[in-house]
Design a protein around this ligand. Structure first.
Ligand code: ATP
Length: 233
């Protein structure tokens, strides 16, 4: 579904991603791992063309994304849920969700308010609550479900568990498992290694802007050296 081929990304003169390549197949959950500053968020930003790569290419469902504006990448079927969630605090949950609604490139809308409320009853319960009055975990689920309302083919989540209490992390992990059961394709950036390995089918490890390892979640879990050397855990 997604192929990132040898991309190089810069912030000004700072070269941050070096010939980074990865692939995500339909229905997979792929995790990007790496220490702080390894380039995980930059990889997602590069895919969205928020920080367009200056070399290499990104191909999504057979279409090269080079030269597209971020909104056009979104329209092509990729949704990114950023680390800061971007909830509209004065709008209700339902208004936040409705703002995200759009049909996919095929003109279909498999994700509707009804389906979201059915799968995530907490959102139904909170539908009248303003976004600013939600807990961190509720905001994170809102931010993910709002992205789903855009009917993306690929959902990219940046550090969804960041700043959440462990008990809330469990709810969130269950929510992402639900999406996996619905065959949603997910590219996940996650600092919490247990969460990343629990959810991922495959992982890529980034170090100083380079992809240094690819493997199944199981292989990464078993590799003590890699966890110590590259992930610092
Ligand atoms: P973290 O979990 O800390 O966000 P990360 O793996 O997502 O880590 P990135 O945010 O992609 O890392 O950052 C990669 C490198 O790019 C870091 O050295 C960071 O300091 C640098 N960087 C990130 N954003 C900018 C920016 N807007 N301008 C300049 N440098 C940046």
């Amino acid at each position: 579904m997604l192929e990132v081929k040898g991309i190089n990304t810069f912030y000004g003169h700072a070269h941050v991603l070096f010939d980074a390549s990865l692939a995500v197949r339909e229905g997979e959950c792929v995790s990007l791992l790496g220490r702080n500053g390894a380039g995980k968020t930059t990889t997602l930003r590069s895919i969205m063309n928020l920080t367009p790569p200056q070399g290499g290419e990104v191909v999504f469902m057979g279409r090269a994304l080079g030269g597209l504006m971020p909104y056009q990448v979104a329209k092509a079927g990729i949704a990114m849920v950023p680390e800061d969630r971007r909830i509209f605090p004065t709008l209700s949950v339902e208004e936040n969700l409705s703002l995200g609604a759009k049909r996919n490139a095929q003109g279909q809308a498999p994700w509707t308010l009804e389906r979201i409320y059915d799968m995530f009853p907490k959102m139904a319960e909170l539908r009248e609550r303003s976004g600013g009055n939600l807990s961190g975990g509720e905001q994170q689920i809102l931010s993910i479900t709002r992205a789903l309302m855009g009917n993306p083919q690929l959902l990219m989540l940046d550090e969804p568990t960041e700043g959440l209490a462990p008990i809330v992390v469990e709810d969130l992990v269950e929510a992402i498992h639900k999406l996996k059961r619905e065959r949603m394709t997910v590219l996940l950036v996650e600092q919490n290694l247990n969460v990343a390995l629990d959810l991922a089918d495959r992982c890529y490890v980034l170090d100083h802007g380079q992809v240094v390892r690819e493997g199944s979640a199981e292989a990464i879990r078993r590799d003590d050296g890699l966890r110590h050397d590259l992930l610092g855990v």
